[in-house]
Write a protein that binds this ligand. Structure first.
Ligand code: P6P
Length: 329
């Protein structure tokens, strides 16, 4: 008889739930709703080249970026799973200008912020992409208003991502460490593969779009040059790795050590990444894994969201490298 060794995501969530006094299972259900949508998106991502789901959807999202059909599909799948799951009152999504509040869910406990498919420019060229999610607890009931999402990252109760890569993984935290689950396609189940992920304090990888070098601050240019210095005794030059997909770059650096930077530039003074559903969840994860996340001046987790699609610069990864990058500012 085949004995299944790895713990499933559902088993893990139920076990973790038992450590929360008074937990009544709504959060567990919410996590399972997200995992279900992730499996459906994964199925389409894996056959994207085979069906007419690629290419431009012909519209633009609130960021003014071309929307690929898979973006739309992913947004629809996560919205549908969260709406039917009954635990989520409203969603703030990269794909929607305003929040999406679910009718009949005015008493649901949770709010979800998400980037349903990050790295969409890579969809057509078969490079890893990902879903990023962040979960907050509502402080009231009744009609959800936009300002309920105007929180700091410290108020998140959970955050995670799903990376659709050589394998599909769900990585998340509830503030008790970071755990990674790999989808076993033979049984359609996420299984614990990376328990208690701790990110290396140092690293030898830097991820930044050097095409923007001449638009960066002198401080950021100095850090890039530091990474490139020939100092074998200090393990430099580092390796430059930039996939153009935050989830993929972040995941590699989380496991191997390294730093990802999307800085302020002359063409994008606040950087490109959004605080609510990209930077804050990644900051929660990296801090739980022993790393750091900053906007160049303060911890990402301390920044108050003032607008749903607010952008901030992001320096995140191994604590020693983030400290070094900030010291060159
Ligand atoms: P650039 C993808 O669009 C994204 O939001 C991140 O996933 C990625 O790291 C970054 O933008 C890439 O942006 O300007 O370097 O192409």
């Amino acid at each position: 008889m085949l004995l299944r060794q790895a713990k499933t995501l559902t088993e893990f969530i139920i076990e973790e739930q038992s450590s929360f006094p008074g937990a009544t299972g709504e959060f567990s259900q919410l996590m399972n709703d997200l995992a279900l949508a992730g499996k459906i998106v994964n199925r389409e991502v894996n056959k994207a080249g085979l069906v007419d789901i690629l290419g431009e959807a012909g519209t633009e999202n609130v960021q003014g970026e071309e929307v690929k059909k898979l973006d739309v599909f992913a947004n629809e799948q996560f919205m549908a799973a969260l709406r039917s799951g009954q635990e989520c009152a409203a969603v703030a999504s990269e794909e929607d200008e305003d929040i999406v509040a679910f009718d009949g869910r005015e008493n649901a406990k949770y709010l979800v912020a998400m980037d349903p498919l990050d790295g969409s420019s890579n969809i057509d060229v078969n490079v890893s992409i990902g879903t990023i999610f962040s979960i907050y607890r509502r402080e009231r009931t009744g009609k959800v208003t936009r300002d309920e999402f105007f929180k700091t990252g410290k108020e998140q109760i959970a955050a995670g991502y799903i990376i659709y890569g050589s394998s599909t993984m769900l990585v998340y935290t509830t503030g008790n460490g970071v755990n990674g689950f790999t989808l076993d396609p033979s049984i359609g189940t996420f299984c614990l593969s990376h328990p208690n992920i701790q990110s290396p304090k140092g690293g030898k990888i830097y991820s930044i779009n050097e095409g923007n070098f001449n638009r960066m601050s002198a401080g950021d240019q100095n850090f890039v040059k530091w990474c490139q210095e020939v100092k074998p005794e200090e393990g430099r030059p580092f390796s430059a790795r930039y996939i153009g997909s935050l989830v993929a770059d972040f995941h590699r650096n989380l496991i191997k050590g390294g730093i990802y930077i999307y800085p302020s530039t002359t063409s994008a003074p606040n950087g490109k990444l959004r605080l609510l559903y990209e930077c804050a969840p990644m900051a929660f994860l990296i801090e739980q894994a022993g790393g750091k996340a900053s906007d160049g001046k303060q911890d990402i987790m301390s920044i108050q969201v003032e607008e749903l699609h607010q952008r901030v610069p992001l320096y995140t990864g191994s604590s020693e490298l983030v400290d070094k990058a900030l010291s060159t500012q």
